[in-house]
Design a protein around this ligand. Sequence first.
Ligand code: HEM
Length: 737
Amino acid sequence: MGTGNEIPGSPGPQAPSVEEPTEPRGPLPPKPDQRGPDTYSPTGQKTGAPQDKVAQAGEYLTTAQGARLYDTDHSLKAGPRGPVLLQDHHLREKITHFDHERIPERVVHARGAAAHGVFQGYGTAEGISKAAFLGKDVETPVFVRFSTVLGSRGSADTVRDTRGFATKFYTSEGVFDLVGNNIPVFFIQDAIKFPDVIHAGKPHPDREIPQAQSAHDTFWDFVTLHTEATHHTMWNMSDRGIPRSYRMMEGFGVHTFRLVNAEGATTLVKFHWKPKLGVHSLVWEEAQITAGMDPDFHRRDLADAIEAGAYPQWELGVQTFPDTDDQMFQGIDLLDPTKIVPEELAPVQPVGLLTLNANPSNFFAETEQVAFHVGHLVPGIDVTNDPLLQGRLFSYLDTQITRLGGPNFGQLPINRTHAPVNDMLRDGMHQTAVHRGVAPYRPNSLDGGCPFLAGADTGAYIEVPADVPAGRKVRDAAASFDDHFTQPRLFWLSMTPTEREHIVSAYTFELNKCYEQAIKERALLVLANIDADLCAQVAAGLGLPAPEPTAALTDPQPSPALSQLGDSWPLDGRIIGIVTAPDQGLDGVREVRQAVLDAGMVPLVIAPTGGEVGTGDETVTAQRTFATARSTEFDAILVAGAPAPGADAYGARDAKVDDAVAGAAGIDPRVLLMLTEAYRHGKALGAWAGGAAALEAAGIAGGAPGVVTADSAGTVLEQVRELLARHRAWNRFIPAV
Ligand code: HEM
């Protein structure tokens, strides 16, 4: 019998009793998939203490001071009907602490999810960087936080936006943070524009709408006037703006960094994370429905996959470039963060493997309090003069002082380095180190001269003594920063026809959401400078004439590596819906369910009611009902029968049911909706037994692209897996552009 226990997501480590427990006992352990930060002291020394030493302890409710309490439901009153007494220490402590539970959310990237893991160096970067964590087989603990940029903490995961991909490496030489995005370019070339682009992207300041969206006037006002944003905007309008999963995103360091090896030789690099599961996206309608059905879709996906043992993995890779005086590579300015270097010109060379293998045990302590900073560097990795990076080097520490309430947030457990700390920083809010000595200054003799300065041979972080270009002090940028259209055009030309359709529809959707005609017209002027066809298609959707380009279009070489389509990828952690018709028997359901589990995927059984469905030996636990399920939860749907309309299949109970047509096919209308929706979204569908009739009733032909019907559930699953490995059945749709 499929108990459903293997399905990730249950809240606690053990099933609760129906009655409230009365026998005192200590706190339950975290779930097996969870762990907290490694236990280091505020000064970076391994304490070896088990993680439960920082968790709550004891069998009884206490005050924050450890005094046991006998009642937490009634305040201390002058008689049962009298006023509350000021002396009620427990009331005041409880309410005061509650009143201060919230801290400011991040000014950007407020919405995120994170996981613990490990990074293993391949040793392939040893020739270009002396960073210890890149050494062969060196294992370094990591904490990775993924995020959206624009939305508030409670916003939906599946909005169209850039995603953050920030990795904290707790290396033996100090913390290294690679604070990247899933898009390799940025809206602006100079950090001084960051408040502008973020103010434009955030909700309008008067009504504070729309939340977590770029489809509004201020965003498009800015990016169409400030055309260096064109390339990043194009990526956002592509499928990259709506990832299927954090596990299926690339990550990019964006800027060019400078690596230095043991001999002092330098190499310029761009960092890339390559997901083992491939790069995959939602389709727009699916993203929109999911934002309502499951606003935590990406957060849940990450946690569930890790809980199910489908550990997400990425290879870290570098594109390498000679550290020339002009910092150009084949005509591309390496200091311009609005430009990529196509992989065909500089292949990504793998240098290590990242595996995420544990969920945080406390969201606030870990995911919320983690503080990344591009200035957290280790010997062997240095920055370049990219003016965006230079401003970031200031911003992160500065903002975290406000967000985390003072200058000592580096001592929060999740931020603690795993390398010994001997700084001369003292005091401040929430100081948890207990510093010794009397001489936090240098030079001193009273503390025996300690701390001493390190040298290159004793592991000091020494900035590469790079030449600074001579010149006048100016507020300006290099002339090479002025080309804003070649690379958006390169991206457009590199897309398959299917991907181009998505880009056209994204621009059309977003611009149609703008109120101001002038902004739409200006956006078309920008698109005209990228591609005539793109511009014409969007103009048609806006009901406006397509303008002529204002400059001659360039002729860049397309980069096929930018396309997401055309390959096959592993299916770890994919969600398979199984539609059942228990009244017709559960032919093949339990076997196929087990086969899905065995293949490292998650089967969710969908039935007319919850609980145990079927009869006799033939039963299975339903995780979804026709009322609760929506196609957007599933990567593929298997149909084991043609279920008759459920008892709740009428419009007054479930608005998904149209009473006028319900029952016409003799099949539950919610099932038909689920199938047509999944079909529209390019998802693989498979049916056996009565399931073929359900597909037919939904208007889906057995032989249609991405649709499998066969006699046995096993055969169907096998073929659906092949389809799913290509993510979607794109050949279902005929692109026009
Ligand atoms: C290539 C460009 C950029 C990338 C890839 C990037 C990436 C990120 C990421 C991934 C986060 C979330 C970190 C987390 O998960 O906690 C973040 C946060 C942040 N970024 Fe950036 N960012 C970029 C540009 C900038 C610029 C130019 C500035 C300011 C000058 C900036 C300021 C911030 C701030 C203030 C936060 C919030 C940090 C916190 O409160 O902990 N970013 N950025």
